[in-house]
Design a protein around this ligand. Sequence first.
Ligand SMILES: Nc1ncnc2c1ncn2[C@@H]1O[C@H](COP(=O)(O)OP(=O)(O)OP(=O)(O)O)[C@@H](O)[C@H]1O
Ligand SMILES: [Mg+2]
Length: 400
Amino acid sequence: MIDILLVSANDACAAQIDAMLRDCGIAHTLRTEPGALRALARHAEQIRKADLLIIEDSAFAATDLAAIEEATTHAPNLSCMLVTSALSTDTLMAAMRAGVRHVLSWPLDATAFARELAHVAGKKNAHTRRAGRVLSFAAGKGGCGTTLIAANLGYALAASRDKRVLLVDLNQQFADASLLLSDKPPPATLYDLSTQIDRLDPAFFEACVARVHPNLDVLAGAGDPVKAAELRASHLQRVLALAREQYDIVLCDVGQSINPLSIHVLDQSDAITVVLQQTIAHLHATRRLLDLFGELGYAASKTRLVVNHYDKREQVGLDAIERTLGAKPAHLLPHDAKSARQAVNQGMPLYTVAKNGALAKSVDALAALLCPPEAVPRKRILARLFAAKPDARPQLKPSH
Ligand SMILES: Nc1ncnc2c1ncn2[C@@H]1O[C@H](COP(=O)(O)OP(=O)(O)OP(=O)(O)O)[C@@H](O)[C@H]1O
Ligand SMILES: [Mg+2]
């Protein structure tokens, strides 16, 4: 059941949205308030109680979007939908920066509307059943090793830390993550899965992933940009919700594809590792990426910097990185062309073909950093120390 607050500038539009909500078959409650986007703060009290805020306004100015941020400050789990006839790419990105993840144009398309509502309902369910952690890997510039790191980290967590891991390849150009871990073609791709999303259940999901280790599955990327463009946020939402239930860790290789679709995945990530190299171009792109994360409302603690191909003799040193990006890199992976070449050319993990190489060791250290061994709570240690051994004889009182 999702609780919806509809703030609409036009009574006729509000009535149509109400009718569409009743037709889409998603359990909900609806409260409707008249009003324009710029006056949203007036409804802050009701916004706090809602799961979904729908704002219908076709006459707003870009500056009015600030009202959304203001009105939703104390509602961290709220989903926002903006319905407007004044939709452009600039409005879309400005709305996303203001925290709106569902932007639809008026007149509403019933299928698109139902899909977005299913997304919100799925998010609410995932929130209550959440188990596995979602860790995403992104970069301001391509080619810096994001996929190699995500794939091999997945293998390290699965093979030496006994975690059940899923790697999802979200690269929207020519996805290649599965090639780094296996020489066999994957049974299906994220695109294939999303075209049959209504069949999604644990058994169907298992049939779609490539098992590259008893503990590591890979959901291959869409394959090409045309297919990737057909992926829908609501589909990814369902895939991630199911993955969280089935795996301890879900690694998402986002790479440099930052767009409305991948922003949905980043929103749902527990942590984001940002990969960069020691060049001015990387510093510039990473600064812009971190600024965007700030505008999307991510806490600085959600993001970790990792430098790949690290070389202490490089002109762009750690000081410059810290000064420009406002944070110390959490980890440094060395340039190790021999290990990387061996692994990539054979389609095998570093852990198998170059286990003692500098790069494999550094990936293992990154695994320890991102997923530290679970500490045994102090209470349990004490309980174990003082617990009577099962075969211990009862203590006899000394006889006098
Ligand atoms: N630390 C490293 N030392 C040496 N070579 C590396 C290292 N990390 C990655 N490489 C190599 O760099 C190349 C690019 O790596 P990878 O495909 O992982 O980058 P990417 O950031 O995912 O690229 P894209 O933007 O195309 O998705 C690969 O040939 C890989 O083997
Ligand atoms: Mg890549």
